[in-house]
Unconditional design. Structure first.
Length: 255
């Protein structure tokens, strides 16, 4: 079972669906159209996916929650069999989505509850790694010293582990919160480096605003985390302010 949260992805979602459908253990692909104004839903349907369209944009976390609720409803009604694992994939992976099959191995084999894809550096990426550094810092405060990819949305989750991880956090904080919840629940996490590619944000105003929004969401997630009770408030505040200023300005922060 694979779930794709999609927003304005009419041009890329079909290729991603095709890649996922080539994975042996993916029987169904569910696309959650997060209030798109383009033809995302139509493109997903033509590519053979089941599609749920949200009336308004709820953000990535909200779209994933809608997807999980839909899967659970289909399972309870007997429309779909209960899956052993759920694969989460971004809509812009294109044909490279097929390599996500390697995430399912340790989950289906009982070696991990949560498998996360570690992506290689993406050509054309416009950021300076501020958001990733912030997320990594927050996870390390909570004991996750070995995780390399805190922001990856490409994940495989065992069906049995879902109650410990849902409902997902809203917006761009979903991936960091999922990892924090997995740590709190004592779940086994593995990371696997995969040759994935996806659309990247550039260095222009739109890219800077996107990274600023993402940084703020990640910072709020870390601050609210039930694991972060020992986070020094003044250090968190400095991180938030510094990240917001430098990201919005498109500059690398002073070292």
């Amino acid at each position: 079972m694979a779930i794709i949260p999609a927003y304005e992805e009419a041009e890329r979602v079909a290729a991603t669906i095709s890649g996922l459908r080539r994975i042996e253990h993916v029987d169904d692909v569910l696309v959650v159209d997060d209030g798109s104004s383009d033809e995302t839903s139509a493109a997903a349907f033509r590519a053979g996916a089941t599609c749920v369209s949200l009336g308004r944009n709820r953000g990535k976390g909200g779209a994933l929650n809608a997807g999980i609720a839909t899967v659970r409803g289909y399972v309870l009604s007997g429309r779909w069999p209960m899956p052993d694992a759920v694969l989460l994939a971004d809509a812009d992976l294109g044909a490279t989505a097929e390599v996500l099959e390697r995430l399912l191995g340790p989950v289906l084999g009982g070696e991990a509850d949560l498998a996360i894809a570690d992506l290689p550096p993406q050509p054309g990426a416009g950021g300076f790694g501020l958001v990733k550094r912030l997320a990594t810092w927050g996870l390390r405060l909570n004991g996750a010293h070995d995780l390399r990819e805190p922001l990856s949305g490409q994940r495989a989750i065992s069906w049995a582990a879902l109650p410990s991880l849902t409902p997902f956090a809203g917006g761009f904080g979903v991936d960091v919160q999922m990892t924090l919840d997995a740590l709190a629940g004592g779940l086994t996490i593995v990371e696997i480096t995969l040759p994935l590619s996806h659309a990247v944000t550039g260095k222009g105003l739109a890219g800077s605003l996107h990274r600023g929004t993402q940084a703020a969401a990640v910072a709020r997630t870390i601050a609210r985390s039930r694991l972060a009770i020992r986070v020094p408030t003044h250090r968190m505040r400095r991180w938030i302010n510094r990240t917001a200023r430098t990201t919005a300005a498109g500059r690398r922060p002073p070292q």
